[in-house]
Design a binder for this molecule. Structure first.
Ligand code: APR
Length: 239
């Protein structure tokens, strides 16, 4: 059967070979920090310098990395897929965006950054989002409100991911769900595979190694994303 409605979820593993570090290292730290020190609203209230500095360093690092063969393979798929294709990424880097800018997608394609984007900021008072390619000061005044500050446009722990209704609707309508380079440790993204199964979709995991949720997938493809994703996409497009 040819699939029509596709949802792909990506995580840090797809950007790993571009040089963007993944999150969950064996030391239990999150890129060298405790999560509650850098990635929560409470951390920003307590120590805005530390939090802004953490994201400033990650934002600067984007200038040193490039999309890899896995990002480009998905951009190629998006250009050639004839049905609906929702690409949901948990990544806050812009590597998918850059790959799709080089290979413009077909009309049924949409990309959602459900955990936010490093290259954007939003106002703490109004929530208005703006492009922000540079460093943010600890108390960066917001252009949108006299009492507002700009903070990274990042979904912190304890906050609601973006566009969940749109994502849920796409998963409910999909017949193929593929999860690439994510450990499945963080909800709600970790629950998408179960939603897809409920919708009757075929489910595929592509990862360096099996994850704790591997048994929920109909098919597992294990190895580096830069090799596995292009090969999988070629097969998919060949029908
Ligand atoms: N190719 C394929 N998969 C890889 C590669 C690679 N080259 N390198 C690592 N992986 C896999 C790992 O095996 C692991 O399963 O990528 C996954 C990375 O897992 P995490 O570091 O937990 O990242 P992710 O799943 O994206 O985290 C989800 O948690 O910390 C929050 O908001 C943050 O968006 C993030 C979310």
């Amino acid at each position: 059967m040819r699939h029509r409605n596709l949802v792909i979820l990506t995580g840090a593993g797809i950007s790993a070979e571009s040089g963007v570090p993944t999150f969950r290292a064996d030391d239990g730290l999150w890129l060298g920090h405790r999560i509650e020190d850098v990635a929560t609203p409470g951390a920003f209230a307590r120590d805005p310098s530390l939090v802004q500095d953490f994201y400033n360093r990650r934002r600067r690092q984007l200038a040193e990395v490039r999309p890899n063969a896995a990002h480009h393979a998905l951009a190629d798929l998006a250009a050639r897929w004839e049905g609906d294709f929702l690409l949901v990424t948990q990544n806050v880097d812009d590597l998918h965006d850059r790959a799709h800018a080089l290979t413009p997608p077909a009309p049924g394609f949409e990309l959602i950054h459900m955990h936010g984007e490093l290259l954007k900021a939003h106002c703490t008072r109004t929530g208005r989002v703006c492009d922000w390619p540079d460093d943010l000061e600890p108390q960066q005044p917001s252009p949108h409100h006299p009492l507002g500050l700009l903070r990274p446009h990042i979904v912190w722990f304890g906050e609601m991911p973006f566009m969940l209704e749109r994502i849920d609707a796409a998963i409910a309508a999909c017949d193929l769900f593929i999860s690439i380079g994510t450990s499945g440790a963080v909800y709600p993204a970790a629950g998408f595979v179960q939603q897809a199964r409920f919708a009757g979709a075929r489910t595929v995991e592509i990862n360096l190694e099996p994850t704790p949720g591997s048994r929920l997938f109909d098919q597992g493809v294990y190895g580096p994303a830069t090799q596995m994703v292009p090969a999988f996409v070629n097969n998919l497009l060949a029908g």
